[in-house]
Write a protein that binds this ligand. Structure first.
Ligand SMILES: [Zn+2]
Length: 276
């Protein structure tokens, strides 16, 4: 079911981790951002769009993680984009023959057979420094940063006052660092939060990749919550984060993610010889 969250902007939420697909209406069809997770959900979305008489004319993946790289035949053959760095990461990780089997192994078993991987990651990288999605619709400004995954981008739909945040500012998931990355993920995450903070004044509605859609006035609190988490991680401080509290169904693995992030940072501190 599509829910309108702003003029010309609709969302479709998956049962899997409250993953939000975002539809932006343009002149001749829609821009579809992070289409969804299961085949049934994407088919449902495709049917809703057909009823509205709105074909998908462009796609976008906010970042190179499997749950943001899916597609379904019923959504058509529009060009699908990501940032150059996102597309390069997809190429690196998904071009070998064993890639889909690897991805299939990390999908939770209860939904794995319902996730169509045949069109996984078929995205075109937009040249670095591309400011907006090339499409015939409301301007969608690309806000690229390196938190959570390489080439992660939020989109600011300026005329609609909508921020599509990707996997940031979630009320259900803690910030997850890209532990494959050798760069300073703590600083990358804090820098990304500053970038989002910088546009928050132009936002009436924001849509996280997972979790509840919120009004612009809730952005400072979501940013503060993410920042407090990242600071606590950095300083190995005591943490009380409601997202790690008594777990909702399907998120009992989050404390494990938190533990791994703590251990990873403790190891890199030990390696760098900086006092903990
Ligand atoms: Zn995600």
């Amino acid at each position: 079911m599509l829910i309108q969250v702003a003029e010309g902007v609709l969302t479709h939420q998956s049962n899997f981790l409250q993953t939000n697909a975002v539809v932006v209406q343009g002149r001749a069809g829609v821009l579809l951002i992070d289409p969804g997770v299961t085949g049934d959900e994407m088919t449902c979305l495709a049917n809703d769009l057909r009823e509205l008489g709105q074909p998908v004319v462009a796609g976008f993946s906010t970042h190179p993680h499997w749950d943001h790289l899916l597609w379904h035949a019923r959504l058509g053959t529009a060009p699908r984009y990501g940032t150059a760095r996102c597309a390069a990461t997809v190429r690196d990780r998904l071009s070998d023959a064993g890639a889909k089997a690897r991805v299939a192994r990390i999908i939770p078993p209860d939904i794995a057979e319902h996730v169509p991987l045949d069109r996984l990651g078929r995205i075109t990288g937009l040249p670095a420094e591309t400011a907006r999605i090339p499409w015939d619709g409301p301007r969608a400004r690309i806000i690229e940063h390196q938190a959570h995954a390489p080439g992660h981008a939020a989109l600011l739909i300026e005329e609609r006052g909508v921020l599509v945040a990707g996997d940031m500012l979630s009320d259900v998931l803690i910030p997850m660092l890209d532990l494959n990355d050798t760069a300073d993920q703590i600083e990358d995450h804090l820098a990304a939060l500053r970038l989002l903070e910088g546009v928050a004044g132009d936002v009436d509605v924001f849509i996280p990749g997972h979790g509840s859609v919120g009004g612009g006035d809730q952005i400072p609190a979501r940013i503060e919550q993410d920042r407090a988490y990242v600071h606590a991680l950095r300083d190995a401080d005591v943490l009380s984060d409601p997202r790690l509290g008594p777990s909702a169904y399907g998120r009992d693995w989050l404390p494990g993610v938190h533990e791994r992030q703590l251990q990873h940072l403790a190891r890199s501190r030990a390696r760098d010889g900086t006092p903990g």
